[in-house]
Write a protein that binds this ligand. Structure first.
Ligand code: CP
Ligand code: NVA
Length: 307
């Protein structure tokens, strides 16, 4: 199968069949069934306007193992930080490299980069979506629980990039999802409306009671209470989210024996998750982190070899 899209800016860029194919390709890279070096002699530029550990390293190692050259561009070391436009940056980079990844603030920046770049652009996290993360999450869910007949939950910030991508990913695949978050931090109307347009049968419950979310869940996911760029809201958010921590007490309400705990990382231990839960026997957070590399190999390979 070839992907029809030029860019990967949002998980919603993929339909169900394409998403399952990207996941299958990731699995094949991980198992070694698909051999690396499919991008030999190419170059991929990675622009970071926010900090990153996993995304930077997983892209860099994936690109290298695919036989291509990763070029890491810290945004304050390129002219973008001195007023060169996204449009001109897109056009110039397209003359040198075969793909561009961008981690940024407003989602419109990644959309603009893709509009003016003649090569594929991949969203390495924006304020609206983190599509590469959700690929790795779905791969991890598939490996541990399978993707059919499972129930997913999220406890924490219902209105951030990771939650949005999780909502859309579950909607595309028809996985029932319950989100527990404070009233003020529920998913936006726009996200809920967009989810309704996906795959036809969205089963999404929003609750303000975390016990309700974990009760029947096979997958229990959380993310930081304060996303990058929102640091000024730390005290306010810490108060608002205090009852939405994944801790041993809350986990007693999870009835399924083999539920898994996911976190995209970095974790703020003691805030959204306790040491006992993140280091506990249900946690798959480090498999999830590893899968970033396999998932991104898949999307890079498919985007660049479908053209
Ligand atoms: N999960 C994730 O994107 O981690 P980094 O911010 O370290 O890249
Ligand atoms: N929601 C988090 C995800 C980090 C990978 C943030 O945007 O900071």
């Amino acid at each position: 199968m070839k992907l029809k899209i030029k860019d990967f800016l949002a998980i919603t860029d993929l339909n169900k069949e394409e998403l399952l194919f990207v996941l299958k390709t990731a699995k094949d890279f991980k198992s070694g069934k698909l051999k690396d070096k499919t991008l030999a002699g190419k170059s991929v530029a990675m622009i970071f306007e926010k900090p990153s550990t996993r995304t930077r390293l997983s892209f860099q190692t994936a690109i290298y193992e695919l036989g291509a050259q990763p070029i890491n561009l810290n945004s304050n070391e390129i002219q973008l930080s001195r007023g060169e436009t996204v449009q001109d940056t897109a056009k110039v980079l397209s003359r040198y490299v075969h793909a561009i990844t961008l981690r940024t603030f407003e989602h419109s920046r990644v959309v603009e980069l893709a509009k003016y770049a003649s090569v594929p652009v991949i969203n390495a996290l924006s304020d609206y979506e983190h599509p590469c993360q959700i690929l790795a999450d779905l791969q991890t869910m598939e490996e541990t629980k399978g993707l059919k007949g499972i129930k997913a939950a999220f406890v924490g910030d219902g209105n951030n990039n990771v939650t949005n991508s999780y909502i859309f990913g579950c909607a595309i695949l028809g996985i029932p999802l319950t989100i527990a978050c404070p009233k003020k931090y529920e998913p936006t109307k726009a996200v809920l409306e967009e989810a309704q347009t996906l795959a036809g049968k969205v089963d999404l419950t929003i609750t303000n009671n975390p016990k309700e979310a974990v009760k029947d869940a096979d997958v229990i996911y959380t993310d930081v209470w304060v996303s990058m760029g929102m640091e000024k809201e730390y005290e306010e958010r810490k108060k608002a989210f205090k009852d939405f921590q994944l801790n041993e007490e809350l986990m007693k309400n999870a009835k399924k024996k083999d539920y898994i705990v996911m976190h995209c990382l970095p974790a703020h231990r003691g805030d959204e998750i306790t040491d006992g839960v993140i280091d506990g026997s249900h946690s798959v957070v480090f498999d999830e982190a590893e899968n970033r590399k396999h998932a991104q190999k898949s999307i890079l390979h498919l985007l660049l070899n479908s053209r």
